[in-house]
Design a protein. Structure first.
Length: 127
């Protein structure tokens, strides 16, 4: 065997090892099941794609007049509770979920816990 053939053999072995390693990773990772209504999940994903979703308490407070609805996880803090009371004054629809912030973060495709999200007013909102 010359050097070129040896190199090709090593490349083939590396590719097969990597492919089998990727298969192992796919089978060992557990599927994350969301406990969020499929309709709401679809609306969250659509709003994300169209940049009509606001994540985070501070941003929601700034955009209260532009929101059509707010979605809140079950484990919210005191500051978010104040935001909810402000939203009631603005007559914004409030949806309280029975899921924690980690499930809501998965629905929003974020790596950090999400306790509150807001939908900007547009034609495909929750109302």
């Amino acid at each position: 065997m010359d050097e070129e053939q040896v190199f090709e053999e090593k490349v083939k072995k590396t590719k097969t090892k990597k492919a089998s390693k990727d298969k192992d990773l796919e089978t060992t990772q557990p599927e994350q099941k969301l406990h969020i209504d499929q309709e709401l999940l679809g609306k969250i994903r659509t709003a994300l794609e169209n940049k009509k979703l606001i994540i985070g308490n501070d941003r929601i407070i700034k955009a209260l007049s532009k929101l059509s609805s707010i979605v809140v996880s079950k484990n919210v803090g005191n500051e978010i509770a104040k935001t909810i009371s402000r939203a009631n004054l603005e007559e914004i629809e409030i949806i309280k979920l029975n899921v924690d912030s980690s499930d809501l973060s998965i629905a929003c495709k974020k790596q950090f816990p999400v306790s509150i999200i807001g939908f900007l007013k547009w034609k495909n909102t929750l109302k």
